[in-house]
Design a binder for this molecule. Sequence first.
Ligand code: SF4
Ligand code: SF4
Length: 71
Amino acid sequence: MMSHIVIDESKCKGCYLCIDECPKKLLKIGEKVNNLGVRLVEFDDPNHECLGCAMCATRCPDLAIKEVYKG
Ligand code: SF4
Ligand code: SF4
């Protein structure tokens, strides 16, 4: 299994702190808007670069990155 994360879309507050935290720059502001009216952060890893390091999840103040798989 390849490393990846799972974002809880209902919890993301759109602070985007996780974007700067990812050493591989795999997070970006997406087009989708959630129940809180914010544009969700999106995990975009076409080349399977995610390290499963959980730095993004650790940084998120709202525990919105709910799962990190290290593959
Ligand atoms: S740090 Fe958490 S709340 Fe902020 S944009 Fe990232 S996933 Fe959303
Ligand atoms: S687990 Fe690490 S490499 Fe993967 S998206 Fe989060 S910060 Fe980036």
